[in-house]
Write a protein that binds this ligand. Sequence first.
Ligand SMILES: *Cc1c(COP(=O)(O)O)cnc(C)c1O
Length: 382
Amino acid sequence: MTVAKNYRTATLLVHQGHDRDPATGAAVVPIYPASTYHHPGGKSGEFDYSRSGNPSRQQVEEAIALLEGGCRGFAYATGMAAVGSALALFKSGDHLIAPEDLYGGSWRYLNQVLPQQGIEVSFVDTCEVARIAAAIQPTTRGIFLETPSNPLFKITDLRGVVALAKERNLLTLLDNTFMTPLLQRPLDLGIDVVIHSATKFLGGHSDLMAGLVAVADLELGKRLKFFQNAFGAVLSPFDCFLLARGIKTLKLRLEASQQNAAILAERLAAHPAVDRVLYPGRSDFPGRATHFAQASGAGAILAFELRESSAVRPLLEKLRLPIIAPSLGGVETILTHCWSMSHAAIPAADKRRLGIRESLVRISAGIEDVEDLWEDLQQALA
Ligand SMILES: *Cc1c(COP(=O)(O)O)cnc(C)c1O
């Protein structure tokens, strides 16, 4: 890496591991589409075949390692490829513990794919460390986490879980998509594997799908590298370029979005059509103290429940400004009806049991003028 590790985050975002092309001095690392690399005299150089390593990919892999304070980073074709590749650290016969409230795609992978591979998963309310402890079995090898959780914003005490995991010799994995390394740095708290859907805030422009993983342990890094190369779900050079470009402006985008989210959360909470608002920045947010003990901001995503679930359809029909879609973390505001979109993979009965209601709407605040967003929400809620 050409950039020293001790720069502050805002600087690392811009300069990343490489802030110019080592070969030419060009101000950006070029897109290296080559699938393979000449071996002079039959000897391989730094790069030999693009699945195993690529300069464009190296840039984002170094960037996420630096930003998360790790030693090794990995870039994958999607966030789910990152989740699946990180979970390849486990094998048949292992048991995992995961939150009952998590991203729908991760729920589907843990609930349907892992059991086919002989890995059993117990879903528990991870807000209480004692419940995780109670779910540990002799074959338990890992704890998969998401905090704040999606879509109910449940907060898991990361220090508490890490202490338990270290005592019981369990691997901890955390999906840090909602917070980004700018607001929450799990490796510093002792989490073993941090995972991102870089499709969201890190990419930031809703024009790319990508996943990232970072670790602080060299041995774990070696195992992830082996699987990444063996399985091959790597991020394409063009998408690496887009992702590196998006990461450069993360601080400006996220701070502007977070400010808008805080304003919308307050105004929605005071609106007669709204039953309750879920946002870590609100004074009455249940997990507030725990959240702010491990994260430096409330983030740019909030959810609210309408008093009547029959009001969801008219809201979605009348809104003009937000993209209505299952995603988040873009410069444009994205509104999600979790029941039918991001969490469609979870059966209705399970959603009801978990407290994910049909009246729940999630907003990922963009960087538009908040008054335009509010005027649009007001007319649609009227
Ligand atoms: C979107 C998302 C994922 C999956 O990422 P993809 O890039 O869509 O594959 C995983 N976790 C969280 C929290 C997400 O929001």
